[in-house]
Write a protein that binds this ligand. Structure first.
Ligand SMILES: C=CC1=C(C)c2cc3[nH]c(cc4nc(cc5[nH]c(cc1n2)c(C)c5CCC(=O)O)C(CCC(=O)O)=C4C)c(C)c3C=C
Ligand SMILES: [Fe+2]
Ligand SMILES: [Fe+2]
Length: 353
């Protein structure tokens, strides 16, 4: 089925000053978390302020949370996080790795989908926090003639703090459109066979390059407060299922792979076990060679390049660990682009085939 051209302008009845309408097309809008424009104090403060004010991320009453955030956290954390960003920054391009990788993914997905659908589709990306904003990209797609938009949060596992808040920003952007495009959001793909396959291939490739086979693979997922799980967020279960499917695809048993959660923030209990503690425990228990991968992240970012590959590595080595291998995220690897493009194609059904 071909996408139908825009038929809203009827030449016989249109007034002479009727606005011009571009040919109708389908927009595919990829969304990631967002990243600071720079690692200086004010860029960091702006980014963290927007992120940590999102009640899908931190759900405390703003009356209690905002004074603490504005007066305490945002006076210190922009410095420490800014230094961490500086250590991983893509200085050649003047942007964070998350931004560079998201652009590369967008370019490759565009190429794949254009080869299949031609100019009936346009592909772009937006961020939940910072730039380019979701609102600006929805506006640009509507202006370019998109009367349908498929919105794709690039998180394999659903969490209120990631997928839902990305969707919220998308719906808020639609609220401002006079002629609102028909819209769909892409569901989580934590169990999609091609995502599992891409993960498995990346592990097999990494293991083939390591002379001394690791004792165990640690699948480290970004954490959330445990309370969110108790309140109905399926993130924890989806992470566990991704690890199980990966284990089955690799043909491994439970001694060769484990699930942990990283990036704890604040005093509440988060999902356990905490990666930083678990890698130390593994070293102390005699697992001196480990590999760590991060299946919840579609692109390498501060949480993987700095937290896993620097802080968590250090925790392992201080506890007596000897060989630590970080396995990069799927980023713009071919198998990942194939998986993401397949998820998109499945969700375009009925709009264009
Ligand atoms: C404070 C609460 C946080 C929750 C809950 C949270 C959930 C969550 N986040 C990601 C993915 C990413 N988080 C990233 C950075 C980051 N995350 C938090 C806090 C929470 N995340 C902070 C404060 C930061 C900023 C860095 C820092 O100051 O520590 C990123 C990286 C962005 C980048 O530019 O590189 C990603 C990606 C997931 C998947 C998730 C829950 C499922
Ligand atoms: Fe985070
Ligand atoms: Fe669970």
């Amino acid at each position: 089925m071909q996408h139908q051209p825009n038929s809203a302008k009827c030449p016989a009845h249109a007034p002479s000053d009727h606005p011009a309408l571009p040919p109708a097309r389908i927009g595919i809008l990829l969304a990631n978390l967002g990243t600071p424009d720079h690692y200086d104090y004010w860029s960091m403060r702006r980014y963290l302020g927007e992120f940590l004010s999102d009640r899908r991320v931190i759900d405390y009453s703003p009356w209690l949370w905002q004074p603490l955030l504005q007066l305490v956290i945002l006076t210190k954390r922009p410095f420490t996080s800014g230094a961490a960003y500086k250590s991983i920054w893509n200085h050649d391009k003047g942007e964070s790795p998350l931004m560079t990788i998201t652009k590369d993914q967008t370019a490759k997905i565009t190429e794949t989908l254009k080869a299949r659908y031609g100019d009936d589709v346009m592909v772009d990306f937006c961020m939940r926090y910072g730039n380019p904003s979701t609102k600006s990209k929805v506006r640009a797609m509507v202006e370019a003639g998109c009367d349908k938009i498929l919105f794709f949060p690039l998180y394999p596992q659903y969490a209120g703090a990631t997928s839902a808040t990305a969707n919220d920003a998308f719906f808020a952007a639609l609220m401002e459109e006079k002629w609102q495009p028909t819209s769909r959001t892409v569901p989580p793909y934590f169990d999609h066979p091609l995502y599992i396959e891409a993960l498995a291939q990346s592990i097999e490739r990494a293991y083939a390059d390591i002379a001394d086979r690791p004792d165990i693979l640690v699948c480290s997922y970004h954490g959330v407060p445990k309370r969110y799980l108790m309140e109905g967020d399926p993130y924890h279960c989806q992470c566990q299922k991704t690890t199980r499917l990966l284990k089955e695809r690799l043909g491994w048993d439970d001694t060769q792979i484990t699930t942990t959660f990283q990036s704890r923030f604040g005093p509440e209990e988060w999902l356990q076990p905490y990666t930083v503690e678990e890698v130390a425990r593994l070293a102390e228990a005699g697992k001196k060679k480990i590999a760590v991968c991060a299946p919840a992240f579609s692109a390498d970012c501060i949480e993987t390049l700095e937290e896993i590959n620097e802080e968590i590595r250090e925790s392992f080595e201080e506890a007596g660990g000897e060989q630590f291998t970080y396995i990069p995220c799927l980023n713009d690897e071919d198998a990942h682009i194939t998986a993401l493009s397949a998820v998109i194609e499945e969700n375009l059904k009925g709009w264009i085939d």
